[in-house]
Structures are given as C-alpha cells and as structure tokens.
Write a protein that binds this ligand. Sequence first.
Ligand SMILES: C[S@@+](CC[C@H](N)C(=O)[O-])C[C@H]1O[C@@H](n2cnc3c(N)ncnc32)[C@H](O)[C@@H]1O
Length: 241
Amino acid sequence: MTRRDAGEDWRAFPAGSIPSKASTPQLDRFLEGLRPQAAAARPPTLLDVGCGTGRLARRLFDAGFSVVGVDISPTAIDEARLLAVPSEGGGAFLRFDVADISAAERPRTDGAPFDVAVCQLVLSIVGGVLERENLLRHLHEHLRPGGGLYLSASGVSDSINAGYARLYADDGPLTGEPYSYYSRDEKGTILYTTHHFSAEELVALLEGAGFVEVHIDTEREASSRRPDEAAFFHYVTCRRG
Ligand SMILES: C[S@@+](CC[C@H](N)C(=O)[O-])C[C@H]1O[C@@H](n2cnc3c(N)ncnc32)[C@H](O)[C@@H]1O
C-alpha cells in the first residue's frame, strides 16, 4: 500500500488545470430554492469549500451571496483573489483564503457560522476515510444550525464503465480502500487519489457528521477530467442538524 499525502498532491496541482464542471443544473436548483434568502436585506453568507480558482464562487456571489472561498492550493487562491470583491456599505462580498478543510484541526475561517455551504467535487479527492470525516465535521462546524449544504461527489461507476472496474481492481490494493484509485495524467503519472461513493456510504458519512434531511440525486454523466468516460455523480442536499 502506497498511501499518498492528498494535501501535498493538491498543493502541487497546477491551478489552471483544476477539474470542475461547466454545467451544474443541480446546484442551480439548490440556489433557486434559496432565492428568497438571497433577496433579503443582509446578503446570506456562503462558504465554498475547495473553491479552486474561484469561478464557481464568483457565480455564487453574483447570485446574491456573501461568499468566502477556501482552498488548500495557494496558487489557486492567488488566482481566485483576482475575482475578490470587498463589501461596500454592508453589501455582499467575495473573499478567498487558503485553508485545509480535511486536516484534523478546524481551520480558522473568517465569517463562520455560514448560512449555506457548497462543496463541489471535493469530498472524493481529499484522501481517505479520516480526511472525509474531518471535512464533513468542519463543514458542520462552519454552518449555523439549520444551514444548508450542497455537495457533489463521484459515484461507483463500474456497472457503466469497464475502465473503472479495472482501476478499482488494480488500485484498490495500492490505495488500501475499495473504490479508491489514482487519477493519472496521459503519461500515467499519479496526480491524486479519488474515491467513488455508493449513495448509502455518502448518507452514512453525512448523518454521522450530524447532517439531517439528506437527499441524494444520482446522475449518469461524463467524468470531469475525461469527457468521453461515463461516470455516476451524486448530488446531495442536506442541513446542519
Ligand atoms: C476537483 S477540484 C473542484 C474545484 C471546485 N470545487 C469546482 O467544482 O470547480 C477539487 C478542489 O479541492 C481542493 N482541495 C483538495 N483538498 C483540499 C483540502 N483538504 N482543503 C481545501 N481544499 C482542498 C483542490 O485544491 C481543488 O481546488
């Protein structure tokens, strides 16, 4: 077993190549449900966890939220800060900070507790079980009671993609966990560890961290780094209990 340091992998990852999703209809629906809050006199606060270079955070700011984006990658945050907007006269702001959200210790995030949190494509790539539990615990601590969470994560995809079946079989013994494998570049160099979740596994993790009203939509789509590869994605909404 050759367990990698996920934090080191992401600190070294080129900011311009951070995987994302261009189309996010599930997130758009979640935000639509929050529209009355976003129209209130005081803009609701939103934490974007693993914000990368800040494009999604900027969209969330444009949707009426005061947004704090955090990411472990200092180079991604340098780029994101070009999009930052200071608060004027109590209006919405957009800020970015470097933070490791899956470390054992709770990161110091200016602005907590937040009304809403968004965590897109991050839970799958923070390392192993412990890091995922830390991430969800910190997310829970960063939300006000009743605050809403939107989270997306990769799903177990061997039933629709034989390539993933091979990856799970080959890499599971190396990563030490079933359905965890190494995402590699075209030359075969390992970039980072990815875990694919079953819906039941996600529900258990979220409920274990104290989230309630967990709702999951599972969609068949294309892999975020390899558009020609079919993959399942889970789209989760829940609340801090
Ligand atoms: C697959 S990208 C998703 C980026 C963004 N959420 C989006 O959907 O466009 C994963 C992001 O999580 C960040 N990340 C990885 N581990 C992290 C950690 N422990 N704490 C904070 N951010 C982390 C990476 O640097 C990267 O920007």
